[in-house]
Design a binder for this molecule. Structure first.
Ligand code: URA
Length: 470
């Protein structure tokens, strides 16, 4: 009978060496008893010496891989199981691939458990910083693996934390990494470790990555088994996080953006054009159809009788209209009123409004300088103009300037070539086109201004006549 005791450090080399000698000497598995480190009872009592090193033996690569994992397992039978397999491989090389074979299944299970334990060690070792004298920072960690995996897992930490010195102490083995060199010494009971600011970091990190909506307690406990909790700084957070998960998930759900309504719902929920003046004013005052609402004081609705035969449409409220909330009350409006009176056109009998309902401007010092609305803004605001047209149903519309002419007729050509003519809206309402009164205000040349004002007066006279006609 051969009794083989393998060392706690270098167990893999020890097993390889012993197995090679035993196989070389054709020692049957039932002639070998295997022991490990100080756990070995009666080390060499009554045993024969190991045979001398024999010729190298060839074993399949898959066996080497299996062996390199299984030797670190804590199953007391692991070496015997491995050696028995090696013995069988001499006559049955296919045994390794036999998935139905119970001995192989057992070894595969051990292999899996070792890999899992190694993975847990890489995930759950928590270093605490020590006071260091030299230039390298120093850390220590305590870990309790299920199997003897400290030695094969230590190189992972050496690669990951190569720029610092560290110790990982476990009950069976201690790994030291100093100045780039890895070595091992005996294991020891849990040492007192200093508190470390990194513990708070771990706790903060864990609280932040914890997603209560995705909590599966069973899966979590299998990924982070309870036996590791006692050495994890973040572990005492877990019960509280689990307990609050439901209410936190509900709060996340409540705060989540809602899905957009389906298309048919969107159509059904489209706002209906207002069909009374108060409703028009109410809706218009809340308009956010374009960005202009953000800077303007208020939306300025049209004003005048609901049964007015004439609708007068300007461009947009000016500085003064923005403050008073009424159309055409500023300089352009006052000029219009004067010329309209001269032309015999009664503004108070008309419904006066604008193509765009909010004032567009750029601030310059204390002044707000008028800006022409762009096409998007005009199009967004057409909804209101259409609503007003539907409410008033005018016989004739007077378009003052290019913006009003463009939105009413859909024709964007220059107003100067079209003024004095009548075009139509898409639904056939006639639109008389003329220039905007602010155009007259801007003309620097007095003679030209007088000439253009006279033309404007003539245009308004024509409109008055058209309205007076039956
Ligand atoms: N210009 C317009 O077009 N409308 C007003 O209301 C004022 C100035």
């Amino acid at each position: 009978m051969h009794a083989v005791t393998l060392p706690l450090q270098g167990t893999d080399h020890g097993f390889r060496d012993a197995a090679r000698r035993l196989i070389g000497a054709a020692v049957a598995p039932d002639q070998v008893s295997w022991h490990h480190g100080s756990a070995a009872p009666d080390l060499f009592g009554g045993s024969q010496a190991l045979p001398a090193t024999g010729a190298p033996i060839n074993v399949p690569r898959a066996f080497v891989e299996l062996m390199n994992a299984v030797v670190w397992h804590s199953d007391p039978e692991r070496f015997a199981r491995l050696y028995a397999l090696l013995w069988r491989l001499r006559d049955t090389p296919g045994a390794l691939q036999d998935r139905a074979d119970p001995a192989m299944a057992r070894l595969r299970k051990l292999e899996k458990e070792v890999r899992r334990d190694k993975h847990k060690m890489t995930a759950f070792v928590r270093f605490r910083e020590l006071d260091a004298d030299g230039p390298r920072r120093a850390f220590a960690a305590w870990f309790e693996p299920t199997h003897f995996i400290t030695e094969p897992t230590a190189p992972f930490f050496a690669r990951r934390f190569g720029d610092m010195d560290w110790i990982i102490q476990t009950p069976h083995l201690t790994a030291h990494f100093e100045n780039g060199t890895l070595r091992f010494s005996d294991g020891a009971p849990k040492p007192p470790l200093p508190d470390d600011a990194t513990e708070d970091l771990w706790r903060t990190y864990f609280t932040n990555i914890f997603n209560p909506a995705r909590l599966k307690v069973k899966a979590m406990q299998s990924e982070m088994p309870k036996k590791y909790w006692k050495n994890l700084p973040e572990a005492d957070l877990i019960p509280g996080l689990i307990a609050n998960a439901q209410s936190r998930a509900r709060a996340m759900q409540d705060a989540a953006p809602t899905l957009p309504p389906v298309f048919s719902d969107r159509i059904l929920s489209r706002p209906k054009p207002p069909d009374t003046r108060p409703e028009l004013h109410r809706q218009l005052s809340a308009c956010t159809r374009c960005p202009l609402h953000a800077d303007a004081t208020q939306a300025v609705p049209g004003e005048g009788p609901l049964d007015a035969p004439l609708m007068i449409v300007g461009e947009q409220p000016g500085d003064e209209e923005d403050l008073t909330g009424r159309p055409f009350t500023g300089p352009a409006g006052q000029l219009f009123d004067r010329i309209a009176r001269e032309a015999g056109l009664d503004r108070s009998a008309a419904y006066v409004t604008n193509a765009v309902k909010h004032f567009k401007f750029t601030p310059r010092g204390k002044r707000r300088i008028h800006q022409r609305p762009n096409n998007d803004e005009v199009q967004a605001c057409r909804w209101w103009l259409d609503a007003e047209r539907a409410l008033i149903e005018p016989r004739l519309i007077l378009a003052l300037g290019a913006t009003a002419a463009g939105t009413l007729t859909g024709n964007g050509k220059a107003i100067t070539t079209r003024r004095g003519t009548v075009e139509a809206t898409t639904d056939g309402t006639p639109v008389f086109l003329t220039v905007h009164p602010s155009y007259l205000l801007r003309l620097p040349d007095a003679a030209l201004r007088a000439q253009e004002t006279a033309r404007f007066r003539e245009d308004l006279r024509t409109v008055a006549a058209m309205i007076a006609a039956p």
